[in-house]
Design a protein around this ligand. Structure first.
Ligand code: ADP
Ligand code: MG
Length: 398
């Protein structure tokens, strides 16, 4: 904890550290170029990362624990150095620029507020470090206190604040000196769900209002989908796909993204027929499924087939079109707006089905035999073995 405070103190020790903004509107504000990082000289924490961020954009680094999100953010902030590659701000390399001259506001999960200072003193700190005139400091502090809805709390000490309030102070301190970029690493990770959802909305509002450029790290896909303009999905130190929330959900580029964003059923099989756009797959359980091909897969290739739980419809067993399979209800859970069903597909594991409550028959019973069906357009076929866990439940950080 004190190491973090030292680090914060180091970065706020800036003297007019802003990097000159002398570039055209087309230049990305932030750019990672072929950046790799190894800590131990053997494995890559970040591998050949290319990523650019436009001014005013809210970009989220999303991925499982250990996928390289924090390392990427730390390299941008200047607390870690890339092993190779370049990082640019406004088109200029900053890899040799010390952290306090990069003009970035940083918010971490562990608050790292200065415990001996009041709220107002904490927030004023970056301005004092920049030797701003005393008169302007008070006005700025009051302004950001209102922005994060903490007006009137200026005399409190961090220990007298709730977790959510402490994070608001940390945000205010990151905003107060009008940095080029705000970096946030799991800033809401320690808060309970309701507070987290409220602060997600507030952070998003402030970002829009001030047209801030934010790079936000989370392992929580709901948070990422709710807040981001763009999401970069990380796995094994590499960005798998960078797109809008909707595109990631609707058009995942590989089986990892398909599994990691939202919920997905996933089966293994071998391509039996491929017409370029669609292909037919013989699953390990002997079923024949038709789906849209993503990437390349020749007949004989091993593939992963995915279909979203909400894209599956059910009816009483009997019919047999293509992509229609009989399955037995193993578990039926009432969730208010929908029924969540776990269906047994012998030889292909379980499939999760989400049924809107309005269409769910009230006599759905465990053990019942039903037909499930889905459109070939709702079904995706990805080459290669899938890299995410077979279980539809996602693993999350502790
Ligand atoms: P994330 O933030 O996505 O959880 P990290 O960037 O923290 O991932 O970690 C990426 C990889 O680098 C992991 O394998 C992790 O163990 C390793 N790593 C992170 N920080 C250090 C460090 N200071 N020293 C050695 N290895 C590290
Ligand atoms: Mg991390």
């Amino acid at each position: 904890m004190s190491a973090v405070v030292d680090m914060m103190a180091a970065r706020f020790g800036a003297k007019d550290g802003a990097l000159a903004a002398t570039t055209s509107v087309d230049t990305p504000l932030v750019e990672f170029r072929d950046v790799s990082k190894t800590y131990d000289g053997r494995s890559l924490a970040v591998a050949k990362m290319d990523c650019s961020v436009r001014r005013g954009e809210f970009l989220t680094f999303l991925g499982p624990s250990g996928s390289g999100k924090t390392t990427s953010l730390m390299m941008l902030a200047g607390f870690e150095a890339p092993t190779s590659g370049d990082i640019l701000i406004n088109g200029k390399s900053i890899v040799h620029t010390p952290p306090y001259r990069r003009n970035m506001g940083v918010v971490f999960q562990n608050y790292a507020l200065f415990p001996h200072m009041t709220v107002a003193e904490n927030i004023a700190f970056p301005l004092r470090a920049r030797r701003q005139p005393r008169a302007s400091i008070q006005g700025r502090v009051e302004h950001v206190l209102r922005l994060v809805r903490l007006a009137g709390r200026d005399d409190r000490r961090p220990t007298e604040l709730s977790g959510g309030e402490q994070q608001r102070v940390a945000l205010a301190r990151a905003l107060v000196f009008s940095p080029d970029v705000i970096l946030m690493d799991e800033p809401l990770g320690a808060l309970d769900r309701q507070l987290r959802e409220r602060l997600q909305i507030e952070i998003k509002e402030i970002q829009r209002q001030l047209e801030l450029t934010v790079i936000y790290v989370t392992h929580d896909q709901t948070e990422a989908l709710a807040m981001s303009d763009q999401i970069a999905v990380f796995n094994n130190g590499a960005i798998q796909q960078r797109a809008t929330p909707q595109t990631l959900y609707e058009e995942p580029c590989n089986a990892f993204v398909a599994q990691f964003i939202g919920e997905n059923n996933s089966l293994n099989g071998v391509v039996s027929e491929n017409d370029g756009m669609y292909c037919t797959v013989r699953t390990d359980g002997g079923r024949s499924m038709r789906g849209r091909l993503v990437g390349e897969a020749r007949p004989g290739a091993r593939v992963t087939v995915t279909v979203r739980p909400e894209r599956i419809a059910l009816w009483v067993a009997g019919d047999s079109n293509s992509n229609t399979f009989s399955a037995r209800v193993r578990e039926a859970t009432y969730l208010g707006d929908h029924m969540r069903l776990r269906m047994r597909l012998d030889g292909d594991g379980d499939a999760i089905v989400k049924l809107p409550i309005a269409t769910a028959s009230s006599n759905l019973a465990v053990g019942q035999e039903m037909s499930l069906t889905f459109n070939a357009d709702a079904c995706r076929v990805f080459s290669g073995p899938k890299s995410a866990p077979r279980d539809t439940e996602k693993t999350t950080e502790p």
